[in-house]
Ligand binder design. Structure first.
Ligand SMILES: [Zn+2]
Length: 338
């Protein structure tokens, strides 16, 4: 038996171990069902990763080197290195001090989130406990001040705006000019959500920030050319929401708070609606099912509907337990009506 055959078998055994069977960076299965799919490992970091994440590793030549487990030739010392390390060992080192609010990307998250997570972990080593100062960009100061491109209300172009996120009064403000004294808008983080929407915003780093005013749900569509900057903004929103919710929902613990920081809407798409009067014709509307505040929102844009998915998503939301926050939202709404 050729030595690479023996080494491939050792690696295939390693990748079957539970901590190695899922991508070290996004949790996707490392070995795909089809035998033709390659599976990847970084022999410089000692981690097993999925095909998507291997792309970012390939860009980080200073810190990572990637080989296919089944298609490449593995030398004995590299196999031994993989055996001694692996995903669990690397996690203990590179994810030692990830802040509670920091978003850990999953398999189906957009490219910028996964890409920046991998860069933060291995290239910048933000979470090894040695580079805590890098976390200031989105955490301890509780204050973020910078420029983002924001989609105009009537005009569809993006304009440069100064944004200030503050933990002192739990607000996000934006200013038309760098030196403007008066904010164009002051937005409470109380009912805020942030979600990456590259397609909707029309930019790979596009972020949708949703918030509530007295009677309406509103959106800001923003982006920053730099992936690290926009992901820092996203995590800064999560940090401020975390600080706010810890106060508002005390004594809730982290596992209860985490799903409330930001949420991907469970389902978005077009459906036909009628009403509020019975005689009104059906109109096509873009619906968004949101798990943050158990709300179904709709907008005027057209699209297709996969009914089965919608029903599944509805059932998921309905099955979620009500949290104190939901009761208070419901109480507020009732009070307003009466
Ligand atoms: Zn991955």
């Amino acid at each position: 038996m050729a030595s690479w055959d023996r080494n491939t078998i050792i690696l295939l055994d390693l990748v079957k171990q539970p901590e190695n069977a899922r991508c070290a960076d996004c949790g996707a299965p490392v070995i795909f069902t089809s035998k033709l799919d390659p599976d990847w490992a970084s022999y410089k970091l000692g981690v097993f990763v999925c095909l998507n994440c291997s792309g970012t590793h390939r860009d980080l030549t200073d810190v990572s080197r990637v080989k296919s487990i089944r298609l490449d030739n593995w030398e004995d010392d590299l196999v031994e290195f993989m055996r001694r390390n692996g995903n669990a060992v690397a996690k203990a080192q590179y994810e030692k001090s990830v802040p509670a609010f920091y978003y850990r990307p999953q398999q189906h998250d957009c490219v910028v989130l996964r890409d920046q997570w991998i860069r933060a972990k291995y290239a910048r080593q933000e979470f090894t406990g040695k580079n805590g100062h890098l976390q200031k960009a989105y955490s301890s100061a509780g204050f973020c001040d910078g420029t983002l491109w924001k989609k105009g209300k009537n005009k569809r172009q993006f304009q440069k705006r100064r944004f200030v996120l503050s933990q002192d009064d739990f607000t996000l403000r934006y200013f038309i000019k760098e030196d403007s004294k008066v904010a164009k808008a002051i937005i409470s983080v109380r009912n805020m959500n942030a979600v990456f929407q590259p397609e909707k915003v029309g930019h790979q780093n596009g972020l949708q920030i949703t918030y509530m005013t007295e009677d309406r749900t509103r959106n800001l569509f923003v982006y920053h050319e730099n992936g690290q900057e926009i992901v820092n903004w996203f995590n800064a929103v999560r940090a401020v929401r975390y600080a706010y919710l810890r106060k508002a929902l005390a004594p809730a613990n982290d596992s209860e708070l985490m799903p409330l920081l930001t949420t991907r809407s469970l389902k978005e798409g077009y459906m036909e609606k009628t009403g509020p009067m019975q005689w009104e014709p059906f109109k096509r509307r873009w619906f968004v099912l949101c798990s943050v505040d158990r709300k179904l929102l709709y907008f005027k844009t057209p699209m297709e509907l996969e009914q089965r998915d919608w029903i599944k998503a509805f059932q998921q939301v309905i099955a979620q337990p009500l949290l104190p926050q939901h009761y208070s939202i419901e109480a507020n709404m009732k009070r307003k009506k009466s």
